[in-house]
Design a protein around this ligand. Structure first.
Ligand SMILES: C[S@@+](CC[C@H](N)C(=O)[O-])C[C@H]1O[C@@H](n2cnc3c(N)ncnc32)[C@H](O)[C@@H]1O
Length: 247
């Protein structure tokens, strides 16, 4: 089984990945980010929506949102998050390498480093191609991730994150001359320890720009945070946006 197909990984480390603080930060970003402000009632596809941290506030804001994820348990949590927010969204259980709906969306978002998971470069390209074919002419794709440049500024010694009743030790290793990284997580609770690891591509802005262009996107722009700040030495994330030509 590939790591991203393992629900134990997502549920086991849910307390690190899907925290209330992240939910609040995502809701704040949707409320304030110029990059997440779309035309009223836009049709938005949230690729790899997880527990709906972006899906729910986007739906609450009046967009017609569809969340896609591989794991039914996470989609159930996303639907509950929408209900709690007093919003409705549609959900599809699918692999992002497969899911696409021709010209059905005005916007595709892919948030919180949910891109670059597949060992085969062509599979990662398929995710971009699926986004492109799912967009109506003039539509936009926005991908938010830790890039090579932003990752380089904090990768280093293992980090420890406290979780209720225990802690998670996280260690990152750069692989294949900065082509990919591996993150090893160990959850220690009482006298038990659970270990898991994931391997992901890590892209520079230039590499991802080239992939966007290959998938057919134009007007490609990079930002260093969701406030729309420049992608420079102070960038904390890479937010890359591309548009589908209007023909
Ligand atoms: C880091 S989480 C981010 C979730 C969400 N975007 C957020 O901001 O919290 C990555 C998500 O990608 C989903 N995922 C992983 N591989 C996938 C695949 N092949 N197809 C669809 N979803 C996938 C996981 O189930 C998980 O929910």
């Amino acid at each position: 089984m590939n790591w991203y197909e393992d629900m134990n990984l997502w549920s086991g480390f849910s307390e690190v990945l899907f925290t209330p603080e992240r939910a609040r930060a995502a809701a704040d970003a949707v409320a304030t980010s110029p990059l997440l402000a779309f035309a009223p009632a836009s049709r938005v596809l949230d690729q790899c929506c997880g527990t709906g941290f972006f899906t729910a506030p986007l739906a609450r804001r009046g967009y017609q949102v569809t969340g896609v994820d591989l794991h039914p348990e996470l989609l159930e949590r996303a639907a509950a998050a929408c209900a709690d927010a007093g919003a409705t969204a549609s959900f599809v259980r699918a692999d992002v390498r497969e899911y696409g709906a021709p010209e059905a969306y005005d916007v595709v978002v892919n948030m919180y480093t949910s891109f670059g998971y597949f060992d085969d470069h062509e599979d990662n390209m398929r995710v971009l191609h699926n986004a492109h074919r799912s967009l109506a002419p003039g539509g936009q794709l926005l991908v938010d991730l830790l890039s090579k440049e932003t990752y380089a500024s904090w990768v280093g010694p293992p980090k420890i994150v406290d979780v209720p009743g225990g802690m998670v030790v996280m260690r990152d290793t750069i692989l294949d001359d900065w082509t990919r990284y591996r993150t090893d997580w160990t959850l220690v609770r009482g006298d038990t320890a659970a270990h898991t690891s994931l391997t992901c591509y890590v892209y520079s802005a230039a590499e991802l720009r080239a992939m966007f262009a290959e998938a057919g996107f134009g007007k490609i722009e990079c930002f260093g945070n969701l406030d729309g700040g420049p992608y420079d030495a102070h960038a904390t994330r890479l937010i890359i946006r591309g548009s589908k030509g209007s023909g």
